[in-house]
Design a protein around this ligand. Sequence first.
Ligand code: ADP
Ligand code: ZN
Length: 741
Amino acid sequence: MRVVAVAVPVPQLEALTYRVPDHLPMPAVGARVRVPLGPRALTGCVVGHPAGAVSTSGADLKDVTAIVDAEALLPASVVGLCQWVADYYMAGAGDAIAAGLPPGSAGRASAFKTRRVAVVTVHGLSVLGSPTSDLTRKQRAGLEELAATSGLDAREAAARGVSRAVLSRLAALHLVAWREDHVERDPFGRSVLVETAPDRSRTLTVEQGRAVETLASRVAAGQFSVTLLHGVTGSGKTEVYLRIAELVRQAGRQVLVMVPEIALTPSVAALFRGAFGDRVAIQHSALSAGERHDQWHRIQRGDVDVVVGTRSAVFSPLTRLGLVIVDEEHDASYKQDEAPRYHGRDVAIVRARGDNAVVILGSATPSMESYHNAVTGKYGLVTLSRRVLDRPLASVRIVNMREEYAEEGPDVVVSRALADALDLRLVRQEQAVVLLNRRGYATSVLCRQCGDTFDCPNCSISLTVHRARQGWRARCHYCNHSVLVPKACRKCAAPYLEHVGFGTERVEEYLRTRFPTARIGRVDRDAVRRKGALTSLLSRFAAGELDILVGTQMIAKGHDFPRVTLVGVISADVGLGMADFRAAERTFQLLTQVAGRAGRGEELGEAIVQTLYPEHYSVELACRQDYVAFYEREEVFRRGLRYPPMVALINAVVRGRSLEDAMHVADLLAERVLKSPAARTFTVLGPAPAPLTKLRGEHRAQLFLKGPHRGDMRAALRAALAEMPEVRRRVVVDVDPLSVL
Ligand code: ADP
Ligand code: ZN
């Protein structure tokens, strides 16, 4: 009897075994098949041919009903990578495969917008190929129409003259299968990639030259290796990437370039497009599903040498991969915050190991994990300590806001020093960037009479105030619940509602009042919601049509604006109050990156950093731009409290109707986990209420497993969860969590 292991698009489910009936050919690993699951029919992906796994009659096995792909859609190496992801991150086989499939080829959870698409089955194709068949003329025409596409929904089919009745009939004959397509949401709109021609005449700096030499020898060795390229902002890392990529291409192998978010790092993508032209494919969420699909198939056909993309590009169907570049490797957007909760950088390293490829991790502020691996010799380390053309790093001035408040009152948003510096830039017609990593107008609303605050009814968080057309609107940044802020308090009717705290909208308002002639733009998630808004703001700034750009961390990322000579940081300590052991690391990274935006052109750059904690090491060392000192200081802290990268963490969040309910289940889970013989090598912290105790109406308790061996922790957690199948769906497991809220 022939059987296949199939990953089906159902959360948290392992691969299932199905029988392949005699009238069907054996589907390849990596091909999609139609299978029944309970009352449903699903499209899954073959992940293995378990030999001898089924001993007897296999009478209880269900049959594969149709084969969607005559040949493998995913290369075996990508199927293997997905299985590694499912295992390592404790996700379902189907969750992991969905990450590897081209957009719109696997059904996803119904929370996503989906559309039903008709695709021709293998059986349908063979019928099309035979001159004689029982099809009517209309049915045959419909089948041909579909076969020419990668799938059509009913409306698209109707537009091509294929009626619903014909589609239904073809489906009933198994010539066509219905597939649920996942419609991508598009948070940033389309990024317009301005192609930049490479400057071939450019001579490398001494440090760049050495970096290229070292990396070239790694490439020549033709073996898996990982090198951390630690280069200060403006040191010319991209030039190094391009040279090494060219070498790899000449050797006939392919290059994967990963960036945190393409819309936010346009320069890298544009440079690769400029250098490699048509042989570059782009993979990211701002492309329409159709465009992504086309790009994906170009990669699958082997028509490209270079793929530039966000984390999901790590699953690109490349078959001759020789080099993986992970730019801004420290960036938190590499971690996916839904199942499978994978880290793009870490999966990239596993992929490169499997493909015998060279990895370059680039950053001005490497993650603690990567630098630790470099220090301990697991990775190579190449440093670019100077900016190109001997441009100095921006000089950084700290403004102690406690003193400022004492002298100027508690309502100060922009200090005198920063205001003066902005004034000077406007006079000199230079540009400035102002960062506040908190969006909205005010952080909360408070009744001065009774102390009532506006909290989200679904989440344990206060609502953020935004300026809206109808007045003030208070909105939850987690669940999007929103209310108009009334004139009087809901509780005591007193008309003394006060805005507390401030965000980017308030900073923008202040700057417009203070500098009425200045041209000011704002970049945060609210301001760039509309398609294309981000690209348009950034290109206007680059063209000199804006003087000041205010924004959240979005403006701190990789952009190269040569006319920016001033960077102001409104509150350097926004993240420091968080109950998160990575708070200092994040603060250091953000401040260093944003300070690196100043003085990338001819003019000297300056950064002014406002803070309540000028003595905090993350603030102080970022201002000195001393990464190594920060690493060493932070390492002592992590070692002392036994946090990553010294040990590994697994986080399990239990959701419940009430906190008692969630805590009760979490207690049971912790008890079971501790019963495992493997529990000798790790500790269990908690359970405790999660910092965001209530989120989208659900109460949350969490526990952490902490220890040197992820395998032991995973095994114990897996065994415990297997004993409590009724709660499995209420538990969210995050291996190597980046955010622990
Ligand atoms: P990083 O990514 O390290 O912050 P970039 O790669 O963006 O730095 O380089 C900073 C700037 O220096 C870019 O405008 C780039 O074109 C330029 N550059 C890079 N290498 C050289 C070089 N060898 N000579 C002159 N300019 C260079
Ligand atoms: Zn909420």
